[in-house]
Write a new protein. Sequence first.
Length: 335
Amino acid sequence: MVGFRVAGRGIISERMSPPEIHEFTLPESLAGERLDVALAQLLPQYSRARLQRWIDDGRVWIEGVVPARRDPVRAGAQVRIEAEFIADERVSAGEAAVPFRVVHRDAAIFVIDKPAGLVVHPGAGISEGTLQNALLKLDPKLARVPRAGIVHRLDKDTSGLLVVARTPEAQAVLVRALSERAMGREYLALCQGVMTGGGTVNEPIGRHRTQRTRMAVRGDGREAITHYRIERRFSAHTLVRVQLETGRTHQIRVHLAHIGHPVVGDPVYAGRRRIPAGVAPVVREAMSSFGRQALHAARLTLAHPTTGRDISFESPLPKDFTRLLKILSEGEGGE
């Protein structure tokens, strides 16, 4: 999109740029998968809903033929997509102040330190007050980049680092690095129970069969690999450093719950909040009042999309997380 102007609350389109063209060959690994699902894996910079809309609008061709979104993928088939945006797909910048810290900026990327409580993308019932809105306020030119340049997401109540591309070219490089597992992402998570050692969870993740807002370990899910090592043990909890090899929705939360050590404060996967019997009142109060999952994206490592130089960023634990660890240390001890 070009020639935008700010008027009132949002960004108003004055003229559309030509569509972005994607042409590629469908790989053997996706043979038999339904088309919209396959395209979402191959073009993660676009939402599945947007890809479905392009299919339905006749902007996707398979071997020159307009397909249906449910058609099975045939390996080796040639795909052409006209990725065109319409004005109502653009997200308003809104009027709220930018609610995050910019750790790094240059012509190609932002690195953002997101606070807990900030939604990344607009969704059902949420059109303003998101990270995407705030990014457009920070840099209105991000309206030209799919998803305002957001390459990967953090859950609303997860704090920490994420990278934002400022140009479509930088976004394509970063998305490819993410899919090729060339981007390092480390998290700190406080878990229920005492772990005996670190390890790896290699269990596929897919949508829960009956609760569609949840994810679950499923034999027919997508590959998901999570590495973890112990940072500190308390008498009833463990602080772990987690490294993602893949990036499935809710991956850390699902995997840690799967091995019996859900993230403290997780309202979806930890079940009923459990506070060990006999803990000091100050510990009980701190655990009861911690209002989110204790998960923080602490370190981000990537090759810069234009220079190729390896760069790394770290984010200190936010105050609420630091306070909880301090109280646990005083009330439960630790090693």
